[in-house]
Design a protein around this ligand. Structure first.
Ligand code: IDP
Ligand code: MG
Length: 140
């Protein structure tokens, strides 16, 4: 299995409740390594650009407002099969459907305020990493 990199966000509901460390532990326990990380206040333009793929969805406006409602931690996670592994550790989008032990089952507040983002494919992982990080910020 190839070593991959994926993009992760710890969302505002989680940073507000001081859950950053608990969430990172879930990634590390699953064999994922944080190879880049920064805590930022996302701008409205960044939120709209990042979620542009969802701009026709009814929840797009609310989602962008939520993503700028507090600080987030943007990260790059590395490991074997990292894209799928991260999605597994995150759990389903709706916490009501998320498997026991996943981040969203344990921590998410709602289908919107669901604590974490994770890339869904190699192409989106590469794009999303570039959206927030320069090559020099990926330190291994
Ligand atoms: P994902 O984060 O599990 O990949 P996506 O379908 O890509 O889920 O949706 C992106 C984000 O949009 C979700 O993580 C969640 O914050 C929000 N979202 C998705 N579906 C809904 C919804 O039906 N209502 C409100 N917010 C939603
Ligand atoms: Mg998605």
């Amino acid at each position: 299995m190839a070593i991959e990199r994926t993009f992760s966000i710890i969302k505002p509901d989680a940073t507000k409740r001081n859950l950053t460390g608990k969430i990172i532990s879930k990634f590390e326990d699953a064999g994922l390594r944080v190879v880049a990380s920064k805590r930022i206040q996302m701008s409205q333009a960044q939120a709209e650009g990042f979620y542009a793929v969802h701009k026709e969805r009814p929840f797009y406006g609310d989602l962008c407002s939520y993503m700028v409602s507090g600080p987030v931690v943007v990260q790059v996670l590395e490991g074997e099969n990292a894209i799928a592994k991260n999605r597994e550790v995150m759990g389903a989008t709706n916490p009501a459907d998320a498997a026991a032990g996943t981040i969203r089952a344990e921590f998410a507040e709602s289908i919107e305020a669901n604590s974490v983002h994770g890339s869904d494919a190699p192409e989106t992982a590469a794009e999303e990493i570039k959206f927030f990080f320069t090559d020099a910020e990926l330190v291994g």
